[in-house]
Design a protein around this ligand. Structure first.
Ligand code: LRH
Ligand code: MN
Ligand code: MN
Length: 420
């Protein structure tokens, strides 16, 4: 923290000048800064190492080898940006064998456990049944039962860690026409989810994540927001849809999906990432920052309409994978991009936009949105970090202090993070 102080001191004069300029021009600046301070984004435990692609993995030095080290990585991110105060675990990639000590380690650094994720898309060593032809949808009840029990086990791990959300993503589907009876697959999935839902503690949520394709390439049983929403509605008021930005067909209007799910009170959370082609899991905001802003524009509008707390009522998570960047640097960039889009969305003049819409003033409506999008909100983010004890420029200090080198000295050069 002494280093953060020194770093901030060296940048302070410049920062104050920029922030003062914004404060003079944006009446809501103070309000935006407070909202930014409250907003936390969960870091996926599986993104702290190099995920690679299915063609190869080029691991970097000093990657975390244990869950403890992953928590320390998230703690490091959180110390720098004060916006990464949560971790999302994927089980069994990360098994919290000693939940009490894991929990107190996380507590020490102000890290919460966000959604726990089940995994029925891979077979684990020694497992009795195979998921080759699906899990919760499977034609064989014995396979479904094994997958249901795994999900209940994940809930148990989550309870021990103080989490209150289960995210279910299914690779279930088919690769060829005729392979599957769609209706039976859906009904089996529903019935299996109902058994898992029945095991949820009273204050828990279940997030049903959808994905258009991959690993199945003809049909996916929870393939789009309609299918997820149908399941979530039939399950009950603890079930919601989770939107992963990479899980749509090209050019899908994700912001419209977000708006309608919010309207129905069925949006549960997000997996943020970016993509050019498919589920590329690239750094948030690296390819389509305007789309990200438009999504946040709907989030702010829709959450305000329902009087929802922006920071507390949805699960904000990153779901990314790294191949050529340092994972920690990439995650710092992703969190920054999310907060930037959020700040821009908070800037939108809602009253004027409403009037422009009522008057069918299309030009004005576009001007209002783009005015917000084109405002440089970075000083607002920096101010939020400064006030909450973080670094004015997290990536800058990560590099200046050679933090990856320190991690490498502690952990070694040839480390391969567990997980993906
Ligand atoms: C599937 C997915 C899902 C998994 C994660 C590893 O593509 O987005 O969220 O849990 O990747
Ligand atoms: Mn995802
Ligand atoms: Mn994905």
């Amino acid at each position: 923290s002494g280093s953060i102080q020194a770093h901030n001191d060296s940048l302070l004069k410049d920062h104050v000048r920029r922030f003062d300029f914004l404060r003079e021009n944006i009446p809501a600046a103070e309000d935006i800064v407070s909202k930014l301070i409250a907003f936390q984004v969960a870091i996926p435990s599986w993104a702290l190492g190099t995920g690679g692609t299915r063609f190869g993995r080029f691991s970097g030095p000093g990657e975390p080898g244990t869950l403890e080290e992953k928590i320390l990585d998230v703690a490091l991110l959180h110390q720098l940006n004060r916006s990464s105060g949560a971790i999302s675990l994927h089980i069994p990639w990360d098994i919290p064998d000693h939940p009490d000590s894991i929990r107190s380690l996380a507590d020490k650094y102000g890290i919460r456990f966000d959604a726990v994720n089940s995994n029925t898309f891979q077979d684990q060593p020694g497992q009795a049944q195979s998921y080759k032809f699906g899990s919760l949808q499977h034609v064989d009840k014995a396979v479904r039962k094994q997958a249901i029990e795994h999900n209940i086990e994940v809930i148990r791990h989550g309870v021990a860690l103080g989490s209150n959300t289960l995210t279910v993503w299914l690779a279930d589907g088919s690769c060829f026409p005729g392979q599957l009876n769609f209706r039976r697959a859906f009904l089996n999935t529903l019935e299996s989810l109902q058994e898992i839902y029945a095991a949820l503690p009273a204050d828990w949520k279940m997030l049903v994540e959808y994905k258009a394709y991959e690993p199945n390439f003809y049909s996916t049983t929870v393939g789009d927001w309609g299918q997820s929403h149908l399941l979530a509605s039939k399950l009950g008021n603890k079930a919601y849809t989770l939107v992963d930005l990479g899980h749509h067909h090209p050019n899908t209007n994700i912001e419209q999906i977000v708006s309608l799910l919010l309207m129905e009170g069925k949006l549960g959370g997000f997996h943020f990432n970016d993509s050019k082609y498919g589920d590329d899991d690239l750094t948030v905001g690296s390819i389509k920052p305007y789309q990200l802003f438009l999504i946040f524009n709907e989030l702010v509008e829709g959450m305000d309409a329902r009087k929802m707390d922006h920071a507390l009522e949805l699960a904000w998570m990153i779901d990314a994978s790294h191949n050529v960047k340092d994972p920690l640097e990439d995650l710092l960039q992703s969190v920054e991009a999310i907060l930037l889009a959020y700040a821009q969305a908070l800037l939108v003049d809602r009253q004027s936009l409403y009037h422009a819409q009522q008057e069918n003033d299309v030009v004005k409506a576009q001007e209002i949105l783009q005015d917000a999008f084109r405002t440089d909100c970075r000083p607002l983010l920096a101010e939020a970090r400064l006030r909450s004890g973080g670094a004015l420029h997290p990536l800058g200090i990560f590099r200046d202090m050679q933090l990856r080198r320190t991690l490498t000295e502690q952990r070694g050069i040839h480390t391969v993070a567990t997980g993906l």
